[in-house]
Write a protein that binds this ligand. Structure first.
Ligand SMILES: *[C@@H]1O[C@H](CO)[C@@H](O)[C@H](O)[C@H]1NC(C)=O
Ligand SMILES: *[C@@H]1O[C@H](CO)[C@@H](O)[C@H](O)[C@H]1NC(C)=O
Length: 421
């Protein structure tokens, strides 16, 4: 009897100890010791949806859709046989119209666009989620690896890793509403994560929008809510590809898209004007465009717009660049600046053997990440040695502009940087 009681007790003890082991193994969550992250994508780096209600567009018989549908990026919009981005009047729906009275740019009347995915990450993970792009070498993927890496170490989509997608056709000056919501998103993320400060992870053009936003916030607000800005291949000094886009049309290296065909629509965007090479990285006598009979520097943009016959270009540019003299001012948070370099990158557009601006130029190269030159990204180094804010610099050699987001060494470094001190 006694023997039996001891045996039961023993079994009970073993069972209890098994339970507690199981508890610690399976039930008790591992301590999550990282900062929450908000992603700010680059140019073209998030989805745009459209709907059309009696659209008044130049092309007759355009497809009409009263339901929201994906207009960017959607490989189905491309007429693969014609090499044109035309399907369903794509270019009429995604282009903007410049209003000479207000200086603002809007869609055509009857065309509505919106940016899906606020506060979560799906629409920056895959900008084009279709199977077709997946089969075409997963070209629609963007922040997918980044988010997956974070999920692997315990992050949760929509809670500790989120995104602030925006209409990348517009310059920061047109984004007061976006910046208001962005501020709320940062505060909300801070609260949802036990009042942990937020890391702002900004790639490419997203970085210049982020510093623009930060300069408008008070020091007290930034101290409370932002741990640091993670600056990833950010073209602070601009990039000549944007001059190319306005002059001749730019297909972003996607060869089956005709650059000249997308030029009309690209010329209506404000963001390229905001991102044209500027005096943070280019000297007054550095040539950004060379033609048979002319040289253009960053002082010649008015002439540039006249010469390419882009009538509203000067006004578009002047408005997009308003108040950007402040760009030398420190954004007022700690900065972790990461950039890739060591690859030949277009820096001067050469039209000496091509008709300017209608034919595609060749390019003169300098060091960079294949898309942005080093001189433009290393502008962040001017924020080193600030008395109040920490600055950390990390360079990755021989990696491309977007390839950084797929690089194993980058993620090893990132995990360390995201861990709480
Ligand atoms: C331009 O903006 C003004 C003021 O908001 C408006 O009255 C006018 O209709 C707009 N013009 C176009 C072509 O949309
Ligand atoms: C530009 O800066 C001035 C002075 O700081 C300010 O009053 C104005 O609102 C700013 N303009 C824009 C469009 O941000």
């Amino acid at each position: 009897m006694q023997h039996h009681a001891i045996k039961s007790l023993l079994i009970l003890t073993i069972f209890a100890s098994f339970l507690s082991t199981a508890n610690s193994l399976f039930w008790k969550k591992k301590e999550f010791n990282y900062s929450p992250v908000i992603i700010i994508p680059g140019n073209g780096g998030c989805r745009i949806e459209a709907k059309t209600v009696n659209p008044k567009v130049p092309t007759p018989k355009c497809r009409v859709s009263k339901d929201w549908y994906l207009i960017w990026a959607n490989i189905e919009n491309i007429d693969l046989f014609a090499g044109e981005y035309t399907y369903g009047c794509w270019e009429d729906y995604i282009r903007l119209q410049f209003n000479r009275t207000t200086g603002e740019s809007h869609s055509y009347p009857g065309v509505y666009t919106r940016i899906p995915g606020w506060g979560t990450t799906e629409t920056v993970e895959y900008v084009d989620p279709s199977w077709l792009t997946f089969l075409a070498g997963n070209t629609g993927a963007y922040f997918s690896t980044f988010v997956r890496k974070l999920l692997n170490i315990g992050y949760e989509r929509g809670k500790s890793v989120r995104a602030a997608p925006y209409d990348w056709r517009l310059a920061p000056v047109s984004h007061s509403d976006y910046f208001r919501r962005f501020k709320e998103l940062i505060e909300d993320t801070y609260e949802k994560n036990g009042q942990r400060k937020v890391v702002l992870a900004a790639h490419s053009m997203g970085g210049t929008y982020t510093t623009y936003f930060l300069r408008q916030q008070t020091e007290a607000w930034k101290n409370k809510y932002v741990r640091y800005m993670l600056s990833l291949n950010v073209p602070y000094g601009g990039a000549t590809a944007l001059l190319w886009l306005y002059a001749s049309g730019y297909n972003w290296g996607i060869n089956f898209i005709s650059a000249k065909k997308v030029r009309d629509e690209e010329r209506t965007y404000e963001s390229p004007a905001f991102m044209m090479p500027n005096d943070l990285a280019w000297n007054e006598n550095d040539v950004v465009i060379i033609t048979k009979d002319k040289k253009y520097t960053i002082k010649d943009y008015e002439q540039f717009f006249l010469d390419i016959n882009h009538k509203d270009g000067v006004k578009l540019w002047q408005r997009a660049r308003v108040n950007t003299t402040e760009e030398r001012i420190h954004p007022g948070v700690d900065i972790v600046c990461i950039y890739a370099h060591g690859l030949p990158t277009g820096s001067t557009l050469d039209y000496r053997r091509a008709h300017f601006p209608d034919e595609q130029p060749s390019v003169l190269h300098e060091d960079g990440d294949k898309t942005v030159t080093t001189r433009s990204m290393k502008v962040c180094e001017m924020w080193d040695n600030h008395p109040k804010y920490n600055f950390e610099l990390k360079k990755f050699k021989g990696i491309g502009h977007n390839d950084l987001l797929y690089n194993e060494d980058f993620y090893i470094y990132l995990e360390e940087m995201l861990r709480l001190p």
